[in-house]
Ligand binder design. Structure first.
Ligand code: ARG
Ligand code: ZN
Length: 874
């Protein structure tokens, strides 16, 4: 059942033109497809098309002549037509049922709107087609539908015709001039409201921009529209890339498997990444919307104009486009904060994927179900790989590489090797060893040791690396790891040392070292004082770094490092050391005493709250239990919770007056009215302070209750609700009920209501989650709702999901089986946490394993769930 990269063969037939007629009706949509087909491989005689077994095939003609039944073979997901000519027009008529489509792949209905999702292999649920990205065709699409229920009819490209038909129906014809793979096809029909705008490109092309959504939601589309315009301008400025059609459409639907989809000129979005108002969306939601809108827009070049040859190359478009959206968001706000955020995501999700049974390289070499490989490794580690090329080549070299990539490959379906070759050629660098990042799975471990010789003024840094074994991959070769670093003097000033031995170069912010060997020495001369090394600045490579640095060195970096990321990192590292020390104390039955030096360091940090509130908030946020667990050989679930909680409470109590002062200062500044960017920083630090005050005791809970009631933004209301939802407090049920009643008719806000209860650290959370699954507003059919409750619980709430009773595991496996009947892709995404069983103690391990065994024993399990569950047990 596995598909292997090594088996890739170019297609036997190419399709140059697709003419689709889609006659929309709820249970019986008729699709007529006329394909202009051309033989592409000498000697090929039989044409094989992909097609979902549930599709009814009502007729096949070639050049207008019916094809005899004897020439047709339909087996599983394929239809083969024997003895086809060299060039011909194939016409098929199929009938499908979009209402019954709970998988949300292909053509389906969401809240009265017909929409499509074709990546990766959904087009085959609409019609018979060689459904692979290296078959690129021009599309002409005619849509017919009831005119009153579906006044808006959209597809890719330009609308070239429209009109009315008998029986209250109407039609529209769309033509997309750019050849594209079938996964970029889209169609939408519905009674949609429109927010219109326009953008003029650098070369003067006027582009009509439309965001389509339920009418009641139109007033929440402004931020998405503004984000789109910023993204369009940014791509012109930074990459010289302009939009290439007269129209750009975005449609927001409530039922969507992922975040959004970059269909050519017709993006389909999860409402979560479009709709926002200050009353219903948090500051973070605003950022995520901006990032995803930009991401899908950037795909127009990195993904659509140049696409993937096959799905093993998914990171060619996704890693690159994530990198581009990260760069964009960094430019729109603070680069350091964005980097901190991205590294958090990488560490909490990708590092654990890399350490688990589904570990795979950025370019996987085998899969059973491609939907299972839309992973944080392909996306986020893929983006880190692109970022490292950017670091190695420099911004200008990287831009030359991108230019060369488009010069060579515009209009083609290519590979990650093609991308790396353009970079290597344009940058004049050898990326041979570097390309191991595409093929070797696992997070490299780097260890750093420094020694200083005062007499000689010499500092020697020894870096060693090891790439851990992962399923199916052992004995890996050393990687090419770019290490940004600087040597800091006693006041935090950068020392002008000279790199005398070891590959690397000095730059404006210190040095960029090339670590290539298993162990390598870098010698710096002219170092007049004992330096402290600031290592892996800006997280220049996705590795786990350990060092021989002392607590005092780290305290020094936390206080003085001029690289904001490295400063944050020093704080996280210290907090981690402290908490893990307490976990050991907890296990040994010792009292949990928090190192006063740490409390003092945090006190110093918050003294800066006025000057850099957002960075202070990041630094003072303790690493999550999930991230801390990665540093343990065996995760001590309860010990970690107790230790981290102790540190939180200690910081809350010991610094209560400070937190209160921070809270008051930020509140005052907000009340006085400050600009939007400042306001969100103030809310960030204010709500951090509120969290600590809430952990400190009753006064903080009263403050939270008051903030909840008076809140004018979702950011403030939700932050207060979170504090109370974790507490044993009489106000808790009141505010939860109030929140539900206030936002009952706003699905995205009700998702937050489910999540906040799912991540509560209260001891009764498992029961609460089980009860919420029976709540009238809960449904397994909506992916956002499932994620809001079940994924939040199982992925973010380490202490309660891993309750020693095993109840959390059972709840998850039960849910997987129920969702699998509706939507295998979403079901498979739920399985992940059970696959981490090796990391836990014997009791939990066996409870997790038996749930996985229960899954794989189910006879009609989807291949999606089967792949994850069986690989998790292997
Ligand atoms: N290409 C989309 C994006 O990242 C995601 C589509 C995912 N689809 C899927 N079936 N897994 O922008
Ligand atoms: Zn993408």
């Amino acid at each position: 059942q596995a598909i292997n990269l090594a088996d890739y063969r170019p297609p036997a037939f190419q399709v140059d033109q697709v003419d689709l007629t889609v006659d929309l009706a709820d249970r019986d949509t008729r699709v007529v497809a006329r394909l202009t087909v051309r033989r592409a491989r000498a000697g090929a005689t039989d044409l094989t098309l992909d097609g979902d077994p549930a599709m009814r095939l009502d007729g096949v003609t070639i050049d207008g002549e019916p094809v005899a039944e004897t020439r047709l073979t339909r087996v599983a997901e394929q239809l083969t037509i024997a003895d086809v000519p060299e060039r011909f027009v194939l016409e098929t008529v199929t009938r499908i049922d979009p209402v019954d489509n709970t998988r949300l792949e292909g053509l389906y209905k969401s809240g009265g709107i017909f929409c499509t999702q074709c990546e990766a292999e959904g087009f085959r649920n609409i019609t018979f087609f060689p459904d692979r990205p290296d078959v690129m065709a021009r599309y002409r699409v005619r849509i017919e539908a009831d005119a009153s229920a579906y006044p808006v009819l959209l597809s890719n490209g330009n609308r070239v015709e429209a009109g009315t038909l008998d029986g209250g129906r109407h039609f529209a014809v769309w033509e997309d001039p750019f050849p594209k793979p079938s996964y970029l096809f889209a169609l939408v029909a519905g009674d949609l409201g429109r927010l219109g705008d326009s953008f003029t490109t650098r070369l003067g092309r006027p582009v009509t921009l439309n965001i389509w959504a339920a009418r009641a939601d139109l007033d929440k589309c402004g931020h998405a529209m503004a984000s789109l315009k910023r993204a369009m301008a940014w791509d012109e400025q930074v990459y010289g890339l302009e939009y290439d059609l007269d129209e750009y459409n975005i449609v927001a639907v409530g039922d969507f498997n992922m975040g959004a989809m970059e269909n050519k000129s017709l993006n389909v979005f999860n409402t979560k990444y479009v709709l926002a108002s200050p009353e219903t969306a948090t500051d973070d939601d605003y950022d995520h919307i901006e990032g995803v809108i930009a991401h899908e827009y950037f795909h127009n070049w990195t993904g659509n104009r140049v696409t993937c040859r096959d799905w093993f190359q998914l990171s060619l478009k996704e890693g690159l486009t994530v990198f581009r959206d990260q760069q964009f968001s960094a430019d729109m706000g603070s680069a350091a904060l964005k980097r901190i955020d991205d590294v958090r995501v990488l560490r909490s999700h990708q590092f654990s994927e890399d350490a688990g049974p589904m570990a795979h390289p950025v370019r996987p070499s085998s899969y059973i179900e491609i939907n299972n490989f839309y992973t944080t490794t392909v996306y986020n580690k893929g983006a880190e790989v692109i970022r490292m090329m950017h670091t190695l080549l420099g911004a200008e070299g990287f831009r030359r590489g991108i230019d060369l990539y488009f010069e060579r490959h515009d209009g083609q379906a290519v590979t990650c090797d093609d991308f790396a070759a353009a970079m290597a050629d344009a940058g004049g660098v050898d990326l041979g060893q570097f390309k191991l990042w595409y093929t070797q799975a696992g997070t490299p471990e780097v260890h750093a040791e420094g020694s200083y010789d005062p007499g000689a003024g010499r500092y020697t840094l020894t870096l060693t690396q090891r790439v851990p074994d992962t399923p199916g991959q052992t004995g890996k070769a050393p990687m090419h790891i770019p290490v940004k670093m600087a040597l800091l003097g006693p006041n935090g000033q950068r020392l002008d040392a000279r790199l005398a031995q070891g590959e690397g170069r000095a730059d404006a912010e210190g040095f960029l070292l090339d670590l290539r060997e298993a162990s390598q020495q870098f010698v710096f001369e002219d170092v007049g004082v004992r330096p402290v090394a600031s290592l892996l600045r800006d997280f220049s490579a996705p590795v786990r770094l350990t060092t021989d640095q002392s607590r005092d060195d780290k305290l020094f970096l936390l206080a003085h490092d001029d690289n904001a990321f490295a400063r944050w990192e020093a704080g996280q590292d210290l907090a981690g050391d402290l908490i893990l020390g307490l976990v050991a104390d907890h296990a040994a039955g010792r009292a949990l005493d928090v190192d006063p030096a740490f409390v003092q360091a945090i006190e110093q940090v918050i003294a800066d709250a006025e000057t850099d509130p957002a960075l202070v908030a990041e630094i003072a946020t303790l690493p999550s239990e999930v991230m801390l667990g990665q540093r343990m050989d065996e995760v001590d679930v309860d010990g970690l919770f107790a230790a981290r909680q102790t540190v939180r409470e200690t910081l809350g109590r010991a610094l209560a007056a400070r937190w209160q002062a921070v809270y008051d200062a930020a509140s005052k500044r907000l009340a006085a009215g400050c600009d939007a960017a400042d306001a969100r920083q103030q809310r960030r630090v204010k709500n951090l302070a509120l969290g600590y005050l809430g952990a400190a005791g009753a006064a903080g809970l009263r403050l939270a209750e008051a903030q909840y009631d008076a809140a004018t933004t979702m950011t403030d209301r939700l932050a207060a609700l979170r504090v109370l939802a974790n507490a044993d407090d009489p106000a808790r049920e009141r505010v939860l009920a109030d929140f539900y009643a206030r936002y009952e008719d706003q699905p995205l806000v009700i998702d937050k209501w489910f999540s906040i209860q799912a991540v509560s650290t209260r001891a009764d959370t498992v029961e609460r989650v089980a009860a919420l699954m029976d709540h009238p507003a809960f449904t397994l059919a909506n992916p956002n709702r499932v994620r809001s409750l079940v994924s939040a619980f199982s992925q973010l709430n380490q202490v309660r999901f891993h309750d020693a009773s095993g109840q959390g595991y059972r709840l998850l496996a039960d849910t997987v089986l129920k969702v699998d009947k509706l939507n295998p892709q979403i079901a498979a995404r739920l399985v992940g946490p059970l696959g981490r069983w090796r990391r836990f103690d014997a009791t939990r391990r066996s409870a997790m394993r038996s749930e996985l065994e229960r899954l794989v024993a189910v006879s009609d399990l989807s291949k999606d769930v089967y792949e994850i569950a069986s690989k998790s047990l292997a």
